[in-house]
Design a protein. Structure first.
Lengths: 323, 406
């Protein structure tokens, strides 16, 4: 009886901890634009969502995708095209972008999930490179100039997103929605099965789970959320360019996730914030020609000294000292 | 009482009028702030990069560090060739750091994105590093100037001049994407107009390492000129391969459509000899260019590319315009810059057109043989001058919204 109660309260406490963390983050998110430059914050949020989507694959399904840039770019290009050429409102544009990325994720997933580990990574990389060359050639992407001057438009046709503050709260809302979807997915029976597959795939199969189906659903979900990040990003910066489709971007998101802490819910957010902040603030001043070198050094240090990432290490530390 | 009210009203109105008058003729935030944006660490860092920042600093120092008694400051940033980083940086510069003018800018995707931001915020940008002629064509804005060169000038300059020098049959080695296609189409048109012919061409994928089969096709074509409609690492690799197969030694000439002094320097004369190209500036052309380039060399340890020289000239021109306009207000400064011809070591009678294109003489150069070169940086022979009105796209062909009648 007592143990049951204790256990229950512990579970509740654990739940409320994540909830508290989430609430705290949300509160910071709500007041942040008054202290920090909003466009920079929007960039952080877009990349945080992108990293979270990637983390869903690597952290929870144990599959290292090296082609997530394709989904980010697809979201951006399709949304940009829809808003510019078809004149739809931003939310419809984003929806179209997300559907396009999800569809691409379905095709990628169908082909890639038949293999694991390095082969999975290579297949996703190869497919993403195909997509990259498609975007280099396709006339609607504007080639190396990119899609430029995408209008932010009016949300639902009424609320103007021209100003930085309304746009920021729109992006924040999208991030919260995306983040909640990921959180729900991870803590659902579906998420449990994904973790089971990650830990021991043959055993999951022997328990009667259709492993491929679960992986595919996870892949499509991850692709759709990456597309959501790309779509939002294209509206924030009013451009979609080849940078997002390049394989460097697939590498960058791995860096963000590993740096923040793979397999933790807040890790990718912290990682994305760190990388974007470094890119943004180091780009000016005496260290400006050293950004890639510094990022590389940080990655080396991260791999050598704290492999579970920033959030992972903090988790370990609190577990060791405060339990 | 009524009298008093009237008096007060008129006092307030006149005070307001006085304050706006004072505002119009002043420097915002008591400082002229310039932002230098370029690729500082990647593929294009040699042709603009840290050297360009140094050139801009030189221009400010030579100006005395002050304009109309107000301090001039400069900040530099690395766009990492990413349009979102570049556009975000400039947005932040203008919103938070009160930047009045943005200089530098290399990758055309970054440039177009930045120009959109600059237009929306009504500030000024002077583009020196980018190649794409679309910057003053379909993407032109009233707030931007394209200073040094563009793809039209390179294609037309090299194409026409090479045909007139006797290179009347061409074979193209084209990078298979929009930039390459546009270059090839531009040059083809010019070559045909000038009486030459195109005997063939081959397209290679972007960022290829193995050019041997393409170079062999170029050799087999029997064309007098092999035109390289590609850029960056692709150009470098095709030149290296051409050297290995002895293209130039066998009697063909290579025309590079987008190649800089810094590329030729790093590849060496052995590889690049005989290459014909168009440039907007060469350090060893006149006493003035030599004098300025020597000072630049002392600061950076390298001779300036046309982009770096152009950055100095453009910053200087901007500061002169601020000085004579008496303000850093965008409209006044742009009008002043477009009104005043540019006469310095970089350009003679340079003129900024209504579409933002700065037109000046360009030069057809040939890379020297190792035996002809007298020093590390003695790299080019200037074969001929391409006059300003021939070098750039005429306004009659412009798609720019600012050009009258469009």
């Amino acid at each position: 009886m007592t143990t049951q109660v204790l256990k229950n309260s512990a579970v509740e406490k654990g739940m409320s901890k994540t909830k508290m963390g989430f609430m705290l983050l949300l509160l910071i998110g709500l007041v942040a634009p008054y202290a920090i430059y909003p466009v920079f914050l929007m960039k952080v949020l877009c990349f945080a969502l992108f990293a979270c989507a990637f983390n869903l694959m690597l952290g929870y399904a144990g599959l290292l995708s090296f082609g997530h840039a394709a989904f980010l770019a697809t979201g951006g290009y399709i949304t940009g095209y829809a808003v510019m050429e078809m004149g739809v409102t931003p939310e419809i544009g984003i929806l179209i972008g997300v559907i396009a990325s999800a569809a691409m994720g379905f095709v990628f997933g169908k082909l890639a999930i038949r293999r694991q580990g390095i082969y999975f990574a290579m297949i996703t990389l190869a497919l993403a490179q195909l997509v990259f060359f498609l975007y280099v050639q396709a006339p609607f992407t504007g080639g190396e100039n990119g899609l430029q001057g995408i209008p932010r438009g009016n949300l639902f046709g009424v609320i103007s997103l021209k100003g930085n503050l309304p746009m920021y709260y729109f992006v924040l809302a999208i991030f919260v929605i995306g983040f909640t979807i990921i959180h729900r997915a991870i803590h659902s029976p579906f998420g449990q099965i994904l973790k089971a597959i990650r830990e021991n795939e043959p055993r999951a199969i022997s328990l009667g789970y259709d492993v491929d189906k679960y992986k595919l659903v996870a892949f499509v979900l991850s692709a759709a959320l990456a597309g959501l990040a790309g779509s939002t990003k294209s509206l924030v910066f009013q451009l979609a360019s080849l940078t997002d489709a390049n394989w460097h971007m697939s590498g960058e998101v791995i860096l963000m996730t590993l740096l923040g802490g793979v397999g933790t819910i807040f890790g990718p957010v912290v990682g994305a914030a760190t990388v974007v902040t470094l890119q943004n603030y180091l780009s000016q001043g005496p260290l400006s020609s050293w950004v890639p070198v510094i990022l590389g050094l940080i990655f080396v240090v991260c791999v050598l000294l704290f492999r579970s990432g920033i959030v992972g290490e903090i988790k370990k530390f609190t577990k060791k000292n405060f339990n | 009482m009524k009298m008093l009210k009237k008096l007060m009203c008129s006092a307030v109105v006149s005070a307001m009028a006085a304050s706006t008058a004072a505002h119009a003729g002043s420097i915002s935030n008591d400082e002229v702030r310039i932002g230098y944006l370029a690729d500082m660490s990647g593929t294009y860092s040699a042709l603009a990069g840290p050297g360009g920042l140094e050139a801009a600093k030189m221009a400010i120092e030579d100006f005395g560090g002050k304009v109309n008694g107000k301090k001039i400051t400069i900040v530099g940033a690395d766009d990492q060739n990413k349009p979102d980083i570049g556009a975000n940086k400039v947005r932040q510069w203008i919103d938070v750091e009160n930047i009045d003018m943005v200089a530098g800018m290399v990758s055309s995707a970054v440039t177009i994105a930045v120009n959109k931001v600059v237009e929306a915020k009504d500030k000024i940008s002077i583009v020196s590093g980018s190649a794409s002629s679309s910057i003053t064509n379909q993407y032109c804005t009233a707030n931007s100037i394209h200073y040094v060169y563009d793809t039209y000038a390179l294609a037309h300059g090299t194409g026409e001049a090479v045909v007139q020098e006797g290179g009347d049959s061409w074979f193209f080695l084209t990078a298979d994407y929009a930039f390459g296609h546009a270059m090839e189409a531009d040059v083809t048109e010019v070559v045909k107009q000038s009486g030459g012919k195109v005997v063939g061409g081959v397209r290679h994928p972007l960022a290829t390492n193995d050019f041997s089969s393409f170079i062999l096709q170029a050799q087999a074509s029997g064309a007098k000129i092999v035109g390289l409609a590609n850029a960056g690492a692709d150009t470098t690799n095709s030149l290296k391969t051409a050297k290995e197969f002895g293209v130039v030694q066998a009697g063909q000439k290579i025309a590079g459509l987008l190649i800089f002094l810094t590329d030729v320097y790093s590849l060496g004369l052995e590889t690049t000899q005989g290459l014909q190209l168009t440039t907007g500036f060469y350090w060893d052309r006149t006493p003035e260019t030599r004098a300025w380039s020597k000072r630049y060399f002392e600061r950076t340890g390298a001779m300036p590319s046309m982009v770096q020289a152009g950055i100095y000239s453009s910053v200087n021109h901007y500061l002169n315009a601020v000085k004579s306009a008496g303000t850093d207000e965008t409209k006044a400064v742009m009008a002043e810059m477009k009104k005043t011809p540019i006469n310095d070591f970089f350009a003679q009678n340079g003129q900024i057109r209504e579409d933002g294109r700065m037109i000046h003489d360009m030069y057809l150069a040939e890379v020297k043989k190792p035996s002809e070169s007298k020093g590390d940086w003695d790299l080019y022979k200037i074969l001929r001058t391409i006059p300003a009105d021939k070098a750039f796209r005429p306004l009659s062909e412009s798609k720019c919204k600012l050009v009258a009648g469009r």
